[in-house]
Design a protein around this ligand. Structure first.
Ligand SMILES: Nc1nc2c(c(=O)[nH]1)N[C@H]1C(S)=C(S)[C@@H](COP(=O)(O)OP(=O)(O)OC[C@H]3O[C@@H](n4cnc5c(=O)[nH]c(N)nc54)[C@H](O)[C@@H]3O)O[C@H]1N2
Ligand SMILES: Nc1nc2c(c(=O)[nH]1)N[C@H]1C(S)=C(S)[C@@H](COP(=O)(O)OP(=O)(O)OC[C@H]3O[C@@H](n4cnc5c(=O)[nH]c(N)nc54)[C@H](O)[C@@H]3O)O[C@H]1N2
Ligand code: SF4
Ligand SMILES: [Mo]
Length: 886
């Protein structure tokens, strides 16, 4: 793409699906802006979206195919993949091979992968990381609606009087939608309720936070249904004409009732009552939910307990109301449309229906079609470990970290006779690959994605793939051709695949299936290239000017009798064992994306949290002998992880929280997936990633260290380390269980050594504390701080020294002492990633009179770009006010 030309594309991170304008610059960088015309974001971007330009560097990218760790030609690599898959199939049958894909693949990639597996290999062993993400929503939708349909739109979030966020940390995970909600609240006084065992930033922004006991959502909503019934709030017309099965659901609701809900959730009665009253009185209510609902062994029941309340009151499919599953990944929804899950067929057709199977088979003109559902993610990797699946192709996902019981997953991959991985960089998963295929990345790929509100948007390439990287759809088609299916996979462009996908959605549909984009079946290349974002359905022959599409206001469900279903949701209490008495909850932070293969490339995004942590309630920390900022070992029956202790009352007693993001690429023992329990919801097969039994113990550190480094170290020798990119270099946290003999030698190993370096060092008598800084000319090459306690050096300030143009005299001594001078105020931990504004700077602005988030923004710009940090700024203002009051 010529520099200066803007391309309209879509953000590759969350399911909000924001439009992005990417403009390559003459210096090789790319300017990123929100697309003002895109109906998901109208120009806004969050911290991750805004930093996309910084993730495009080619260091770490895979540039060439590899076989057994050695560079190979594409035709060699593709031959090996096709041959090994074909051999395995002919020897052991089609179910001995599998694909494991991702909600981050584009619809076109996904479509061909699914077609190859289900129609040509003839098994349904294609599953995806969406199993870890959306499966319970899909199953809940299908149980209630007969189809996997999200009834509402983003506009509903803005037009509601009450928005209930269940198990959603929307401030951090769907930031632009959250900003839209906050703007709507300004206009219309929307009430926001957050249901989350933790006091998250989202909970702090809410009018009411229900810190329920983990996994008690079913009881909360069963109790609500009972309350609605007692209050006579049934929409009798709707229930009578459009639904079935109410009695069973009411019975389980009655059994639970207010007392049951109260016991299970452990909420104060008046809080529970307040919530029930609010929900009852607000006709315009949206109940939006995410992983606190889906990632549970009772996830599908949670989904249906929520939907039951909406069906009962007829609050569905009309402006400002409805249940709303927030999809996680940029194309989780697109993956569901093409049938990327092992228990689905393409185009929302049913794999269990012989006529649907025949319909797809004849449309594809394929020799066979999968006869039954395939293995779901957790079972799939178990089958690999047990040798039942002998060849697997992993695309666009990192199961060695993101699956529960992740050490067992690594073991399974190690034992698997043939592993193919398509990725853009090296990960904990790629190290198990017999064949490694370099995929084109976001900036280089073209296709479509579907966001949480069923809106299909184009992703458009604006850079050439580096080295020999290829788009996923092409890699899959090339393998298919080599397996003997050239004709069926002879696509010349993503548009051609999209047309076929659209055509399939309309075949024998006639309103019997929700997913229908048959109006796009004839789309020309140029119409595809200029395709504007649109919401499905878009049926052939129907006007395409609808600015919002909704489902089910007038019934019309996709069950055989077209009635929606109430589902009984009995309350099953979850418990932990005395040996592993804490509930380990896992999830996300604001500035990282999953296993960090892209977001860890940007210093800005690494400055919010530079290492992993474990939120622990002060009482639990004390009982386990864990002091703030020390290291904690999390132990479960599955495995262990070591991270920093973050002692906070935001965490409820009895539970701990660890982010899912850190891997062996960034830290020594921080893969929390290793400690996560692999139990799944029996209906959806989705693992309960938010609830594992665990215990915590102190990691006995003989010493702690912190270093800033200009160059990435080749190797880090420490029992604990966490490495992060920083402006001008790297920062690393360290700790060791045993003594280090020679700190100067240790520092030289880490920082680098050379002839022309000037080194200053300091150590106390028993060598328990040690500091060293190395300079090359005027500039800092690296500094190491060691202490028997967690190192008390300002990280932000020390990191800033790396890019200081000249450090001389006094400044060198200050650096060694780890204390900023008065003329170099310490910004403190970074709060606003967009403008790199630290907590100390915000506190100083508050001290000098900035009493609102707006005033802080006016003084420092903090919070004025993406807005994702505004709740954290509010928290600092409130803390200062509290300090004044006491
Ligand atoms: N910054 C960032 N944003 C992302 C992503 C990312 O990696 N980083 N990933 C994207 C993806 S794929 C997804 S799936 C979404 C996930 O988005 P979210 O679901 O919002 O994020 P999580 O942090 O996984 O979990 C949400 C909350 O569920 C709470 N929770 C735990 N147990 C329970 C429970 O029993 N009941 C209730 N009610 N709540 C509970 C947790 O405490 C947590 O705060 O985020 C998307 N957006
Ligand atoms: N403990 C715990 N575990 C969890 C969760 C949790 O809350 N707690 N959440 C779960 C959820 S909701 C999700 S969605 C998963 C996410 O987990 P993963 O899917 O494993 O995480 P990612 O880091 O997004 O992995 C995407 C991979 O695709 C690569 N990639 C990027 N672009 C492309 C491309 O265009 N083509 C190809 N071939 N590769 C590409 C990236 O480099 C990266 O290695 O994690 C799940 N695991
Ligand atoms: S909210 Fe942020 S991460 Fe999600 S799509 Fe928009 S810019 Fe990307
Ligand atoms: Mo997800």
């Amino acid at each position: 793409m010529e520099s200066g030309t803007s391309t309209r594309t879509t953000c590759p991170y969350c399911g909000v699906g924001c439009g992005v304008m990417a403009t390559p610059q003459e210096d090789g960088s790319v300017a990123i802006k929100g697309d003002e015309q895109h109906p998901a974001n109208y120009g806004r971007l969050c911290s991750k979206g805004s930093a996309l330009g910084e993730t495009l560097s080619l260091d770490d990218r895979l540039l060439y195919p590899e076989i057994a760790g050695h560079r190979a030609r594409w035709d060699e690599a593709l031959d090996v993949v096709a041959q090994r898959f074909s051999e395995t199939i002919s020897e052991h049958g089609p179910e001995s091979v599998a694909f494991y894909g991702s909600g981050q693949l584009l619809t076109e990639d996904y479509y061909v992968a699914n077609k190859l597996m289900k129609g040509f290999i003839g098994a349904a062993n294609i599953d995806t990381n969406s199993r870890l993400c959306m499966a319970s929503s899909v199953a809940g939708h299908i149980r209630a609606f007969g189809s996997d349909t999200v009834p509402g739109t983003y506009v509903d979030v803005e037009e509601a009087d009450l928005v209930v966020l269940v198990g959603s940390n929307m401030t951090w995970c769907h930031p632009v939608l959250f900003q839209r909600l906050l703007a709507a609240r300004e206009r219309r006084g929307t009430r926001i309720v957050v249901i989350d065992p933790r006091r998250t930033v989202t909970a702090e922004a809410a009018d009411l936070h229900l810190a329920i006991a983990p996994n008690s959502d079913v009881a909360l909503f069963a109790g609500l249904l009972d309350h609605l019934n007692r209050m006579g709030l049934r929409d009798s017309g709707y229930v009578e004409h459009h639904t079935a099965g109410l009695e069973g659901a009411l019975e389980s609701a009655r059994e639970c009732g207010f007392p049951g809900a109260s016991t299970a959730t452990r909420l104060p009665a008046e809080q529970l009552r307040e919530f029930y009253t609010l929900w009852s009185r607000s006709e315009r209510v949206v109940t939006a939910y995410s992983q606190g609902v889906n990632q549970s062994v009772v996830g599908t029941d949670k989904v249906n307990a929520i939907i039951n309340c909406h069906l009962f009151t007829g609050r569905i499919g009309r402006p400002g109301m409805g249940p709303f599953s927030l999809t996680g990944q940029p194309n989780a929804m697109g993956g569901r449309e093409v049938g990327g899950l092992a228990n689905m067929l393409a185009a929302h057709l049913d794999i269990n229906s012989p006529s649907h199977r025949e319909l797809v088979r004849s449309f594809w003109a394929s020799p066979r079609i999968a006869e039954r559902p395939g293995l779901k993610a957790v079972d799939l990797f178990r089958a690999i470990g047990e040798g039942r699946v002998k060849a697997v192709w992993i695309m666009g996902t990192n199961p060695a970290d993101s699956l529960p019981d992740a050490d067992a997953v690594q073991e399974a991959l190690r034992s698997c006779p043939f592993v193919v991985v398509s990725d853009i960089t090296r990960t904990d998963t790629t190290q198990h690959a017999h064949v490694l295929l370099p995929a084109a990345a976001w900036a280089e790929k073209s296709g479509t994605v579907t966001n949480s509100e069923r809106r299909i948007s184009r992703q458009r390439s604006f850079l050439k793939p580096p080295g020999e990287a290829q788009p996923d759809w092409r890699i899959i088609c090339d393998v298919a051709a080599r397996m003997g299916f050239a004709e069926a996979f002879d696509y010349q462009s993503p548009a051609e695949i999209f047309r076929e996908h659209a055509a399939l959605s309309g075949i024998a549909n006639e309103g019997t299936r929700d997913f229908d984009i048959s109006a796009c079946a004839e789309l020309s290349e140029s119409a595809y290239n200029t395709l504007e974002p649109f919401q499905w359905p878009r049926r052939q022959g129907e006007a395409s000017d609808a600015d919002a599409t909704r489902f089910f206001a007038q019934g019309g469900f996709y069950t055989p009798d077209r009635r929606g279903r109430f589902v009984p949701t009995p309350v099953v209490l979850q418990s932990v064992s005395p040996e592993f008495p804490l509930i380990l909850n896992t999830g996300r932070i604001r500035d990282q994306w999953h296993t960090m293969t892209r977001t860890a490339k940007t210093p800005r995004l690494m400055s919010h949290y530079a290492e992993s942590f474990c939120e622990i309630h002060p009482d639990d920390a004390e009982a386990a002998g864990i002091a703030p900022a020390t290291l904690v070992r999390i132990v479960s029956p599955q495995g262990t992880a070591v991270v920093r202790a973050l002692v906070t009352e935001r965490q409820q007693k009895g539970s701990i929280f660890v982010p899912m993001h850190w891997t062996d690429q960034q830290t020594a023992q921080g893969r929390i997936g290793a400690a996560v329990h692999p139990g799944v919801d029996p209906i959806s097969g989705q693992p309960g990633l938010k609830f594992s039994g665990a215990r915590i113990e102190p990691f006995d550190a003989a010493w702690y260290g912190f270093a800033v480094l200009r160059d990435r170290p080749d190797k880090i020798t420490a029992d604990y380390w966490a490495l992060a990119r920083a402006e001008g270099g790297w920062r690393v946290e360290l700790a060791g269980a045993g003594p280090v003999e020679d700190w100067a030698a240790y520092a030289a190993d880490l920082i680098g050594s050379g002839e022309n370096l000037e080194t200053l060092s300091y150590s106390d008598q028993d060598q328990a504390s040690f500091r060293l800084a190395s300079f090359s000319g005027n500039a800092l090459l690296g500094a190491l701080f060691v202490s028997p306690q967690p190192v008390a050096v300002s990280r932000t300030w020390a990191v800033e020294r790396l890019k200081a143009s000249a450090i001389n005299g006094m400044e060198r001594l200050r650096l060694l002492s780890g204390r900023p001078g008065l003329d170099q105020p310490d910004p403190g931990p970074i709060v606003c990633a967009c403008f790199s504004v630290g907590a100390n700077q915000i506190a100083a602005a508050v001290e000098s009179g900035a009493a609102s988030v707006e005033a802080v923004g006016a003084a420092l710009r903090a919070g004025t770009n993406c807005g994702s940090c505004r709740v954290e700024i509010r928290r600092l203002i409130d803390a200062a006010a509290l300090k004044k009051a006491v």
